[in-house]
Design a protein around this ligand. Structure first.
Ligand code: KG4
Ligand code: ZN
Length: 343
């Protein structure tokens, strides 16, 4: 069975290359995790520009692979299998990673696996906290996704219980940051400002929490608009914007809805472990409130360290290792990326 697995990630604005070792007991050890980000090139546009991201992947791919091998003290010929993000993501960006993975797999004559980016965000937790229990719930919150997933087998069986009907949680952070005059990406500066504010200062709406709303779906567009309206109103009245309080109250609304629905889903599906991952999992209030509510409900909470939560190659390598361990068939060299790949 392949032992050293390289993972390649290029679905959005991060070029990630990870190397892991799959042990006999199916535990997966992290050997290297190198990321080159084009986030600075997108900052002035307030969001990722697909063309810019693709070109940046092209430039960063080979140097990032080389850095990962140097970090791990390995040679290319030490790799036994390659996993690459097949989707979902930006078409042009995915294409760069898939082409690179195919080239390495062909040159080294080793198996190639196309894997799902969303499953990767969950699999990465096994690098830090060990194997997942037989069944767990995952709350995936990033700039592109907000989903509640029931995980029976990380390599093959994941069921979507709900997702956002409009903006992703991270997207809402980025848009609210813009309204508040904070830099892109908005998550970290809002998190920081919120520490000095009062989360109960402004009662922002909790989207899709009404009795007739789909139980496990999310909506953040109304919240984003409510924040914008509130700020506009204050500006019209010539008042100073209490940025810290607005940030804290917005953040409280997001964390409240995410944790409320996750706990509800865990209870309804009889699951006792919750994994929270994706860029927004780095949010301090979200992890604090999740820890509080999970403890009350007797649920074990697993949150990978922030570095593993945001897009990286280690998550794809980790998922690749689980896919290899499960004996899933390798991909043929003519497989294509799928920007809309379902989980
Ligand atoms: O997972 P990720 O790196 O990329 C995607 O796949 O989207 O997530 C990026 C998102 C951005 O929207 C960013 O604002 C958000 O994660 N983010 C945060 C925090 N750190 C990053 N959101 C809230 N609080 C944070 N501390
Ligand atoms: Zn992601």
């Amino acid at each position: 069975m392949p032992r050293i697995i390289m993972g390649i990630e290029s679905s959005c604005d991060e070029t990630g290359v990870g190397l892991v070792r799959l042990h006999d007991d199916n535990t997966v050890e992290l050997l290297a995790d190198e990321v080159a980000s084009s986030v600075d090139q997108h900052a002035r546009f307030g969001g990722v520009v697909p063309e810019v991201a693709s070109r940046a992947h092209l430039e960063a791919m080979v140097p990032t692979v080389e850095r990962a091998f140097a970090k791990a003290g390995l040679k290319l010929s030490d790799v036994d299998a390659i996993a690459v993000t097949a989707g979902p993501g930006l078409a042009g960006a995915l294409l760069v990673g898939v082409a690179a993975a195919k080239a390495y797999a062909a040159a080294l004559d080793i198996p190639l696996y196309g894997v799902n980016h969303l499953a990767g965000h969950i699999a990465v937790d096994t690098l830090q906290h060990g194997p997942l229990p037989e069944r767990c719930l995952a709350l995936l919150v990033s700039g592109g996704h907000t989903q509640l997933l029931l995980v029976d087998d990380i390599a093959s069986e994941i069921t979507e219980l709900g997702s956002t009907v409009d903006d992703a949680a991270g997207e809402a952070y980025d848009k609210v940051a813009r309204v508040l005059g904070l830099p892109y990406p908005g998550g970290p500066p809002i998190d920081k400002a919120a520490k000095n504010g009062d989360g109960a200062a402004i009662a922002f709406p909790r989207g899709m929490t009404g009795p007739r709303d789909a139980k496990f779906d999310f909506s953040f567009s109304g919240l984003k608009t409510a924040v914008a309206r509130w700020v506009e109103g204050a500006e019209r009245r010539g008042e100073d914007i209490p940025v810290d309080d607005v940030a804290a109250s917005f953040q409280e609304a997001v964390a409240d809805v995410l944790t409320m629905k996750a706990i509800r889903a865990a209870k309804e599906h009889g699951v006792d472990t919750l994994v929270i991952s994706g860029g927004v999992a780095a949010n301090s209030r979200l992890s604090e409130l999740a820890a509080e509510r999970c403890a009350e409900a007797g649920i074990t909470l697993r949150v990978p360290r922030p570095r593993l939560c945001t897009d990286n190659g280690a998550m794809i390598a980790a998922l690749g290792a689980h896919v290899v361990a499960a004996g899933r068939p390798r991909a043929s060299l003519d497989f294509s990326a799928n920007p809309a790949l379902p989980v």
